[in-house]
Design a protein around this ligand. Sequence first.
Ligand SMILES: [Zn+2]
Length: 407
Amino acid sequence: MSLKVLKCGKMFDAENEQVLENVMVFVRDNKVEKVCPFTEEVPRDCEVVDLTDKFVTPGLIDCHVHLSSNGEANPNSTQKTLGDHAFFAMRMAQADLMAGFTSLRTVGDPGFVDVALRNAIERGEVVGPRLMVSGPCLGTTGGHADSHYNPYLTESPLAASGNIADGPDAMMKAARYNIKHGVDVLKFMSTGGVMSKGTTVGAQQMTFEEMKAVIDIANMYGVITSTHAHGTNGIKCAVKAGVTSVEHGMMLDDECIEEMAKRGTYLVPTIIAAERIIVMGSRAGIPEYMVEKAKQVLANHKNGVTKARAAGVKVAFGTDSGTPYNFHGKQAYEFELMKDFGISPLEALTCATKTAAELMRKSDTVGSITAGKYADIAAFDGDPREDITAMTRCVFVMKDGVVYKNN
Ligand SMILES: [Zn+2]
């Protein structure tokens, strides 16, 4: 039995979206034992960590990452074997951990390298954050998950970027195939995307019946679902079919918002993914078609996210880390962009802790610093209420009661 006491000058209380001052967090082995005021007695022989001049938060949660890429100008052009991807994914997950992200949800990596990494981390063989993983995305022939203009890759779900199927029966088989390989979430591509050459970003790519087939299998096996969706009709069908979270959701209309609010569908806005592509642009080597499509989808996004929040749609933090110039370990920049979208720093922190944990159905173990939950804790240099860039300056990381960073 080991006891660590963290002395926190400021601590984000995710359950109540408020900041507590001068509290101590008692960590017994890998769990939070209690949160109490400084006045309480500290037992002798325990390790005391001084975070009195830091801003302490629950370990952050990024609901949308790709561990097999890291900001390359055109990730579609990288040539890696699955073995390469596996080692690469380990380093990316570690970079995220060191930025304060103690939980990640992967939503599209080839060859189930994310499943293997999750398992290795859980067995304690490899250092990394808690992972909830999707394996390859499910999608249709020629759709956003397909390996565009590379048909030799397309034919094998183990080598391709996505698992391709057409029709509800084939989708069910593809969904079961991913579950057989140990995924926690089924990710499917409802519409075209920014990075897939030749797809129309707003166009629906899966039928309602195909989406419903995936979600039916997910519900049977007790896994959650996630859909890449930009275009309005694709979003609507996925929401009506019962998807857990809409990723990007950049072309929301009032009906999408109403349906999402009514059904409790989460929105993961990933503002940074489009913003990085537009800001860096084709000068930085990003293909022109990606830049044009990113502009198209970002145009309405602030308006859509604002309306969605006003209607009570739950927003969870996700960054699409891995996409062009959107680097692992640097994704806290999303907090700045959320602020530009009118989301207050504390609300953004709730998105990256409590709400993200709810999305993942992990609220009983992570998402807040609460007695009985895992001791997943981060600390930052500065107060994000005054300076949101503080979230990019992670100085302390504890996961499962173990300190991985303290400087
Ligand atoms: Zn993505």
